[in-house]
Design a protein around this ligand. Sequence first.
Ligand SMILES: [Zn+2]
Length: 299
Amino acid sequence: MEDDGWLLESIEKKTGMDREKVLFLVEKKMNEFPSLTKNAAERMIATEMGVLPIRREYKIKDIAEEIKHINLTAIMKRKFEPRTVIVHGRNAKVLRINIEDDTGSIGITIWDENIINKIINESAEGDEISIANAYSRVNKFNNEIELNLGNGSAIAIKKKVDNKPVDSFVAIKDVKDSEKLYRLRGFITRLFSNNVYLVRCDICKKKVDRVCDLHGDKAISKILMISGILDDGLSSIRVSFFDRSARKLLDMSGEEDTIRKINDISYGLIHVEITGSANKFNDNLSINAKDIKPFVYAL
Ligand SMILES: [Zn+2]
């Protein structure tokens, strides 16, 4: 039985109803459509209430045995040498890695050859890795819960960012399409509040509406994505905040919900310092913010 408590929680949070009321609606739906499973009924209620019925991102401490469709992001702490084992009389390549997030650590056994090659060739210890559609089970040799990645799973690797300080501020007008990280300062004069979330299938890496045509909701992730304008008084540039940097941006406002935070920051003329890389799209440069913090005048 999969843990779908998060779905009920999301409905409660979105609607302000208590658990009893939500369960009542679920039961009513099941009476209405006797062939629905409880989970499907919950999903229908969630959809009707405007809650995106997608699986949550897991934290390592929440991983129990026998969960399917786990998505998570963590740091790869250790990459072992690949081995060949015999499964059902055939040779199979397996790779073990250990990952860690702020709640704990866990081992992963990888069976999919493409994922194994990707990790061997494109990743290093310390990189951040996002995993879609893993499953958990108890490793019978050491009795510990571990994650497994098979051929329905997917990963994305984010190289460890060198946190070496970028020396000095650059004027926005001097930003060029290049690999380097820029350190910029200015005022956020505008934030756009449409499409605040990017909903994506992590297996095909495509933006989707709610579910993927091929993979359903197995690997759907919802990532915070906010863009706006940074102005340094001489010129301005579009800046995109994605995931962690978007959360840091929103943390600059004490307002409660996302849209109010955006409006607050948008018109608040907050002086910020942004570190990011430049991207060129349709001849327009924009900054992909890796970090944002309030600008502090040195004494
Ligand atoms: Zn897909």
